[in-house]
Design a protein. Structure first.
Length: 118
């Protein structure tokens, strides 16, 4: 009994058929997806076309002034005294999203005990 991999003549038709089937499926899928990719909503806005530029008319944060509640929430679970480097980091934070000041995973990964609050 010979191994099909050792006999290139026996595997070539199988590889050709497999390649044709995969190409045919990909072509069929591509044809089905292309019309959906070009559809737009009534506003004409397409997300991601110019990801480095904000769309015209998009809201912009001009000034961010965190209040005491924001600061208290941001240092939740950090033992006092809070290191000055963390306070300086929060001052530079601005209005950017920061995953460190929001609850994350539960269980043993909740080092700052966000989920212990009832």
């Amino acid at each position: 009994m010979t191994c099909p991999a050792a006999n290139p003549k026996s595997t070539k038709p199988k590889q050709l058929i497999r390649s044709l089937v995969i190409t045919g499926l990909a072509s069929g899928l591509g044809i089905a997806v292309v019309p959906a990719a070009h559809s737009q909503d009534a506003t004409g806005f397409i997300a991601g076309v110019a990801s480095s530029a904000r769309p015209e008319g998009a809201p912009a944060i001009v000034q961010f002034t965190p209040d005491a509640a924001w600061q208290e929430n941001a240092i939740h679970g950090i033992e006092t005294p809070v290191p000055p480097t963390i306070l300086a980091w929060l001052d530079d934070q601005g209005a950017w999203f920061n995953p460190f000041i929001h609850p994350g995973m539960t269980g043993p990964y909740d080092l700052r005990h966000w989920h212990d609050i009832e």
